[in-house]
Design a protein. Structure first.
Length: 327
């Protein structure tokens, strides 16, 4: 049957070659899902990598969002402002039964793998994935939840002590969130980057920074090095800066391959740990209690009709977080 005008919505659709604004059918929520009117959505490094071929994704990208529930079961969620976890797991495989749903082998991922995302007027997600946004948080602050949650996954994986020393590699939005979260656990944290203006913005929220372009002499080695560079150069640098028997934590994903001799990992008996999505409830709690500052890292907000300008801004070297206002 043809789709009526009322059942269509504006969305940004990636066909494998180009991103374009189109009119497409609204999503039809399945049982246990909610229909959400998107208020705003953030452009993430992953979205930019998708446009370069990452995950071979086709459809509507975007996974960082805040929206209003239009309809759901239970009905009490209708009208609630929400953010949503992005992994949709089967719930029945051995990994899901072991509590590892984010690693479900048949999962879909909002705007990244097998599931249309948030660069649209509406999206659908399971009710179990949704978290109600505290009224004290603005849409702009709430749009950082997925990013802050990713940072919160690190202390969920690692038992930091106050005496531990940490480097965070990279000077972007993820590095800024990770450094703030880790600083709550240990007192010796420094962000290493190459963009002076970005490093100054990070330093303004009380984080020690080092400019890799202007360093003199060797940097001390640290217990933990967290790679947030989004670059293949991150892991080799991390291996130089972590102490023997220290730990490298990889937060970076990118389209491409790494050509590098991993001998230092074996010689120095270094632990390498991957870290991905994290706890939304913890992130919302930190945001509500103002333990993490996010608005200093909001570079711009664009309407949906100016999405091309928004993506140009997000790709700029000096950009942190760029949002697209949908509703």
């Amino acid at each position: 049957m043809p789709v009526s005008a009322r059942e269509r919505m504006k969305a940004l659709v990636f066909d494998g070659t180009a991103l374009a604004e189109r009119l497409v059918p609204r999503p039809r929520p399945r049982r246990g899902e909610a229909l959400i009117k998107v208020r705003c959505a953030g452009i993430c490094s992953t979205d930019i990598e998708i446009l370069r071929g990452y995950m071979s994704f086709r459809g509507i990208p975007g996974h960082e969002f805040v929206g209003t529930v239009v309809s759901s079961s239970p009905r009490r969620l209708a009208g609630s402002r929400v953010v949503g976890e992005i992994n949709l797991s089967c719930g029945s495989c051995p990994l899901c039964r072991a509590g590892l749903g984010t690693h479900c082998t048949t999962r879909s991922v909002l705007g990244i793998q097998g599931r249309n995302g948030a660069f649209a007027e509406y999206l659908a997600l399971p009710v179990k994935n949704l978290h109600i946004v505290p009224p004290s948080l603005s849409d702009e602050e709430a749009a950082f939840t997925e990013l802050v949650a990713a940072a919160c996954e690190i202390p969920a994986q690692v038992d930091f002590r106050r005496s531990h020393s940490v480097y965070v590699l990279g000077d972007g939005r993820l590095a800024a969130m990770v450094a703030q979260v880790v600083r709550l656990k240990t007192k010796k944290v420094a962000v290493l980057g190459i963009d002076r203006d970005k490093l100054e913005r990070i330093a303004a929220v009380g984080i020690e920074t080092r400019d890799l372009k202007r360093r003199h002499g060797k940097l001390d080695r640290r217990d933990f090095v967290i790679d947030c560079t989004g670059s293949p150069e991150g892991l080799p640098l991390a291996a130089e800066l972590v102490r023997p028997r220290g730990t490298i934590i990889l937060k970076s994903t990118y389209q491409g391959t790494l050509e590098w001799n991993p001998a230092p990992i074996a010689v120095n008996e270094i632990t390498v740990m991957g870290s991905r999505c994290g706890p939304f409830d913890t992130a919302l709690d930190l945001l509500e209690r103002r333990k993490i500052e996010v608005l200093p890292f909001l570079s711009a907000v664009y309407p949906l009709g100016s999405w091309e300008a928004a993506f140009r801004r997000a790709r700029a070297a000096d950009a942190f977080k760029v949002l697209i206002r949908i509703a």
